[in-house]
Design a protein around this ligand. Structure first.
Ligand code: FAD
Length: 319
């Protein structure tokens, strides 16, 4: 079932999860443990992130070799494993980075044959060690171009002329940034770019993590004023310790509200910091529920315990 149908048919606010594949060589069991812990809260869908290959140069016997390294492979395999094991909708992330449009078309055909109907379509960040995003030759500079390729496939239009080609039926989600994307000159321009993704075929938006319902609400208002009509789902990350006060703004280019930072810093112990962060996320979710958001998307990032704590405290309060 398309995610847009889940969102449309919902009687109240849904929840969804985002999980990251384990590092290469690790077992999938950690992912199963995460989902076992969170399945009792009935997530409507689970997104699995995609991690780009980086190219490293290694010298062996005086010869320099180009070696592709992918730290976290397995996106599609994890989606298939979760869908089979939990009978839940899974959404593989698909990125532009590292692929040309022909490789992307092959990947889309595989996903179609495997029965995937939902994709989350993003550009991808520069691979580790690179400052700027660079498309492959014949690849895409912006997610909107990938959205367009998928929308064309949904109309039976492949990269080459084919007679009686079977159309795919992919529902696409795209990323939105309530505090603007870090490369964008301002929020108004970024929202116009977001609109391009929607105009080209995206059915809903999931946002970068938000820490304030006010910031999220203002973003939705501006998106609606710009003519974006699709559902907008806030992303929520539970902060559980002081290290994240540095890593989250650094890696995701966003501001953490003062009360959250002060509360975590002022905690007398790591346990108290975790309690504070969990309580903050519960308050944030209540505020988001007051805004009648269609769904709350939890970035689990290996911290299913904290997400379970938050969801446990919200049970019976609209989630
Ligand atoms: P785009 O929509 O292409 O936008 C990127 C920048 O280009 C923005 O500043 C935008 O304003 C600008 N822009 C867009 N179109 C144009 C145009 N035509 N002309 C000029 N400027 C333009 N990354 C991963 O690598 N793997 C993942 O699995 C992953 N999952 C994510 C999930 C969510 C919910 C979110 C919010 C982000 C995720 N990311 C992931 C991160 C994402 O790849 C980065 O934020 C990336 O830098 C931008 O991706 P995008 O799809 O928003 O890009």
């Amino acid at each position: 079932m398309h995610i847009t149908e889940h969102l449309q048919n919902a009687k109240g606010t849904l929840i969804s999860l985002e999980i990251t594949p384990p590092e290469k060589g690790h077992s999938i069991q950690g992912i199963f443990d995460t989902v076992d812990r969170l399945a009792p809260f009935s997530p409507s869908f689970i997104n699995v992130t995609y991690h780009q290959t980086s190219i490293v140069y290694e010298e062996e016997d005086d010869v320099i070799r180009k070696v592709p390294k992918r730290k976290k492979p397995g996106t599609v395999g994890i989606c298939a494993a979760l869908a089979n094991r939990y009978l839940i909708e899974t959404v593989p992330h698909l990125i532009c980075g590292g692929f040309d449009r022909y490789e992307t078309e092959d990947a889309l055909i595989d996903l179609h044959y495997l029965g995937f109907e939902n994709l989350f379509v993003i550009r991808g960040d520069p691979p580790p060690g690179f400052k700027e995003y660079r498309p492959e030759p014949d690849g895409y500079r912006h997610a909107s171009e990938l959205v367009e390729q998928i929308a064309n496939l949904n109309r039976g239009k492949y990269l080459e002329e084919l007679d009686d080609a079977v159309p795919t039926s992919f529902c696409m989600g795209v990323a939105g940034y309530p505090e603007k994307h870090y490369e964008s000159p301002n929020l108004a321009e970024d929202i116009q770019r977001l609109k391009e993704k929607v105009d080209r075929g995206a059915g809903y938006i999931i946002t970068q993590m938000v820490f304030s319902a006010r910031v999220f609400g203002e973003f939705v208002k501006r998106a609606r004023e710009a003519g974006i009509g699709v559902p907008i789902v806030p992303g929520v990350k539970v902060i559980t310790g002081e290290k994240q006060l540095v890593s989250i703004p650094r890696d995701f280019h966003l501001d953490l509200p003062e009360p959250l930072v002060e509360g975590i810093k002022g905690a007398a112990s790591p346990e108290e910091a975790k309690r504070f962060g969990t309580g903050y996320a519960v308050g944030l979710c209540r505020d988001l529920l007051d805004l009648k958001v269609p769904c709350i998307h939890f970035y689990t990032m290996g911290r299913s315990g904290a997400v379970a704590d938050v969801l446990g405290r919200l049970k019976g309060r609209g989630l």
